[in-house]
Design a protein around this ligand. Sequence first.
Ligand code: MG
Length: 399
Amino acid sequence: MPITIRDVRAVLTAPAGINLVVVKVETSEPGLFGLGCATFTQRAKAVVTAVAEYLRPLFVGRDAARIEDLWQTGMVHAYWRNGPVLNNALSGVDMALWDIKGKLAGMPLCDLLGGRCREAATVYRHADGREPAAVVERVRDFMAQGYRHVRVQCGGYGGQAARPAAPVGSPPGAYYDPGAYTRTVLRAFEAVREAVGDGVELLHDVHERLAPIEAVRFACDLERFRLFFLEDPLAPEDIGWFGPMRQRTATPLAMGELFNHPLEWTPLITGRLVDFVRMHLSQMGGITPARKVAAMAELHGIRTAWHGPGDVSPVGHAANLHLDLALHNFGVQEWSGFPAPLAEVFPGCPEVRQGYMYPNDRPGLGIDLDEALAGRFPPVSGVDQWTQARLPDGTAARP
Ligand code: MG
């Protein structure tokens, strides 16, 4: 008798003030369930509806063992596909099915996926500050805690002085200034390298804030600071610029958190135009597509650096970690910390010590959800401000 899917539910909770969506798949086997991350924080309720109204009726009663078949069926069932809401919803089910598979095998997921290539995953933290001196202090803090990889950001993309320059009558928004941004960040890298030397790997996230030619120049200007990687130097809409950028600079390039369609990452991998793929696991549809992309990247000499900000649930971080351990071509893992209420709502969070993230030895993803406690952190509502980006002259821009 196959073990079948008895229920599929989405839980919306915000223990750290960020809306997280977690899918719980329950099975016909009493007590056997899996968890998956389906967090698209800016449209969380749309994902919850997609799970409840469309994936639950599609999947209830099916054989929980057939992950690949269920993923393929779920991906095309709406006919229109590869959008962020449906990909996140499907990811929640996909990760939960892998969690169930691991529990049935009695193995942590990384063992089920081929076994560990390393004991723990190298993580990087975010050092941010208004001024270079503040950034230097944050980098030193992280180094003192044992981190060997730190992302350097400074001055909020030049946003602190940009607003007053906007024309009278300009709408409110998250104003930023590309020119001020690049100048400030170059000064910050100068200060950090001067203060701490070469014994730490430095990263930076452009967050697609530059015009393509500005991004090419910036990548060249950063070369002397020997970055571990430069992240999202171009918007997904501008990936045709990766070729020219690659010709001009040896700064390592990382890309992918906004991608949800295979045609976005495939040419970058086969063209060897980036050094790291860093998709948001739930945005691409879960563990099933991530494994395939990682294998394709390995064949092209490209490493992984899965997206790991605060709007990935601890369930999603656990999924990242198990892939990090099982993939030979793992590069580095982004991590933004687990503030106290998060770790209580999600018992079994991975532990970070001396710059390494360690899994626990429980089967599957090794993480649980305290639903009663989750219910005490209701979702945050309101209109997001930071995604209403504008250039100094008031023009709407990508965040
Ligand atoms: Mg990023």
